[in-house]
Design a binder for this molecule. Structure first.
Ligand code: CA
Ligand code: CA
Ligand code: CA
Length: 636
């Protein structure tokens, strides 16, 4: 009796003196749900995933934490002005841990749910997330985690204070603390947002400056960094009663890739994994509170960037987001072109916390005096007193006057393109166009994004160097990042004669859909100048039209990714499926079904060898809900 009393007293004293826990409970608790979500701007079902997780967060406040990893092929930015490159090596690593089967996928506490996984990994299709979260929250945890953030605004850093208390014994002598750094609330493009998660759409319609006219969307909980990389911070006291108290100081950079970072929009999810990379036992999250006042001009609402002689007047329209904790009303908003006069108007109305509005200026600008080949920078600024983050109160965009050029060169000795072909364009024996400029914009070819085409040149004079641009953003200006052929030489050191060559051109999957100008330009002996308007003594310029179309052979149904190759083929089509089982039907052009069956996850072969040559329509249907997609198959 006496002995027991002694031990109890000793333990109490130790507890009292050693543990000054402040943010973690010492009573046994259930797990919180730590959701690592593989997502992307161009994954059409991903906004549905965001919506599902938001519903779980709302259902269990403070119990569910999302970490959105933009690591896959759908995670590229289609805003020509940039600002939404959310990809990073940790996002890729988090996705790789899941053994995922298409986007979106999520791992809940890095646990394998045998009834929901279809790869044996921790990644699950979104139809299972809700149930997996429910189950996780019912499970007891042997360790509790608390986290708080102490921001230091003077040097843009944050102290991440984590505490962990073991209410039971871990089966592992070493566990690992991970700290995921998240950036919250970036406005940018998201495919199918208006269909699948309108709650986070922050535009009244499509934003025409985006590559596929996506709506503006509020991207949340973006994984931007891991404090200890993927390996975590070891915890070597993992038995019942162990108390862990650590503080990590994190310096918030100015940008992540091209995404501007703000201390006031940072969040952290801290979690403990049982082994280094698998099974999250428990975790918790914290966010820096919204500042009192914080307006931002997030973009210019898809306003026109190129102005013409016939329509020189421009209307300025800006999209404003309120990152502050309180509504903001009746503030000044202004615009300026280069160093010109500042036009100031009052925004009449109110924008709620984490809400948006557009402002269309009543005062227009006049571009008729603008010079050709010059950019004029438009800057729009919204101002409110005591704005915590002033750097995002202005947004700038380069505008220009339509200034199409017709460069002249001498091609009478045979310089230039005597023949040119690319896709369906076959401009043979064009010879030397008058003054070395040929307008062939009536010749056009479809080009499938992601596909590769041979481009062939014939010239009548040696040492001929070529550049080719596609004006992807349709501003009539051929910029260096629009080059698709960069100065190869034909007939090096030769004089008059016929020299030919070809090279493969792969159209990027990110190429904006639709018609664009293509400029083919040559120069003798040295490289074609960077300025696609610059005139050189010998050479030629030819303009064509290309029409970028979406891939026939790559598609997605309900998060399952389908890749069909080759297409066209001699009859045997390989169909690779990354996702759920699909049903297929192949119909001829009369609509008669000539084949049907199931497409399994992985590689499948569709054999139309015994069918006639021609075009077939492949219909792939999701078994879960009947959604389908059509593909054109061409048998040659
Ligand atoms: Ca601001
Ligand atoms: Ca020619
Ligand atoms: Ca351009």
């Amino acid at each position: 009796m006496k002995k027991n009393y002694f031990f109890t007293l000793l333990f109490t004293l130790f507890s009292f003196h050693l543990f000054s826990q402040t943010i973690v409970s010492t009573s046994p608790e259930n797990k919180r749900a730590i959701v690592e979500e593989a997502t992307g701007i161009h994954c059409w079902a991903c906004p549905d995933g965001h919506s599902i997780l938001q519903a779980k967060k709302d259902q269990y406040p403070g119990q569910v934490f999302a970490i959105k990893a933009h690591g896959g092929t759908f995670a590229w930015d289609c805003d020509p002005n940039g600002g939404h490159d959310f990809n990073n090596s940790y996002a890729v690593a988090v996705e790789n841990l899941m053994n995922l089967n298409g986007w979106p996928s999520a791992a809940i506490n890095r646990t394998v749910f045998s009834q929901y996984t279809d790869t044996g990994g921790t990644g699950m299709g979104r139809q299972f997330w809700s149930a997996a979260v429910d189950q996780t929250l019912q499970q007891s945890a042997y360790v509790n985690v608390g986290v708080e953030l102490i921001p230091n605004f003077s040097n843009n850093s944050v102290d991440i204070h984590v505490e962990a208390y073991y209410t039971g014994n871990s089966p592992q002598s070493t566990n690992y603390m991970h700290v995921a750094i998240l950036l919250d609330g970036v406005v940018g493009p998201q495919g199918s947002a208006e269909t699948y998660n309108p709650a986070d759409v922050v535009s009244d319609g499509p934003n025409t400056s985006y590559g596929h006219n996506e709506y503006d969307y509020l991207h949340k909980d973006i994984l931007v960094d891991m404090y200890h990389g993927m390996s975590g911070d070891p915890i070597t006291t993992t038995s019942s009663g162990s108390f862990i108290d650590r503080t990590y100081t994190y310096q918030v950079p100015a940008i992540y890739n091209d995404v501007e970072a703000f201390l006031t929009r940072m969040k952290v999810v801290a979690y403990i994994s049982e082994t280094q990379s698998q099974m999250i036992v428990n975790g918790n999250g914290a966010a820096i509170p919204f500042p009192e006042k914080d307006l931002a001009v997030v973009n210019l609402a898809g306003m026109q960037t190129v102005y013409t002689e016939t329509e020189p007047m421009g209307t300025v329209k800006a999209r404003i987001f309120n990152y502050g904790a309180n509504p903001v009303s009746d503030f000044d908003i202004s615009y300026q072109l280069d160093n010109g006069d500042i036009v100031t108007e009052t925004f009449n109305g109110s924008i709620g916390s984490w809400g948006y509005s557009d402002h269309t200026f009543s005062t227009q600008f006049d571009s008729s005096s603008w010079e050709q080949d010059q950019f004029y920078t438009l800057t729009v600024t919204a101002s409110t007193e005591n704005d915590t983050n002033v750097s995002d109160n202005s947004y700038s965009l380069d505008l220009s006057r339509y200034s199409f050029c017709y460069p002249q060169s001498d091609c009478s000795f045979g310089d230039g393109m005597t023949s040119f072909s690319f896709g369906d364009i076959s401009n043979l024996d064009s010879g030397c166009s008058p003054n070395g400029y040929g307008d062939f914009t009536d010749q056009s070819t479809d080009l499938v994004a992601g596909d590769t085409y041979d481009m062939s040149f014939v010239t009548g004079y040696g040492s001929q160097v070529f550049r080719v641009w596609i004006d992807y953003n349709d501003d009539s200006y051929f910029s260096l990042d629009e080059l698709i052929v960069d100065n190869p030489m034909l007939g090096s050191g030769q004089g008059a004669g016929s020299f030919s060559g070809s090279l493969p051109i792969t159209i990027p999957l990110s190429a904006p859909i639709g018609e664009h100008l293509m400029r083919v330009k040559s120069n003798w002996q040295t490289g074609v100048p960077d300025d696609a308007c610059e005139e050189t003594q010998y050479g030629e310029t030819e303009d064509y039209t290309v029409n970028i179309v979406e891939s026939l052979s790559i598609g997605e149904i309900e998060g399952s990714i389908i890749n069909i190759y080759p297409n066209p083929s001699n009859g045997v089509f390989n169909i690779n499926l990354n996702g759920e089982i699909l049903l297929y039907e192949v119909a001829n052009i009369l609509g008669q079904v000539v084949a049907d069956g199931r497409i399994e996850n992985g590689d499948n072969m569709l054999d139309l060898s015994s069918n006639e040559t021609g075009t077939y329509i492949l219909k792939l249907t999701a078994t879960s809900n009947g959604k389908f997609k059509l593909f054109k198959l061409v048998k040659e």
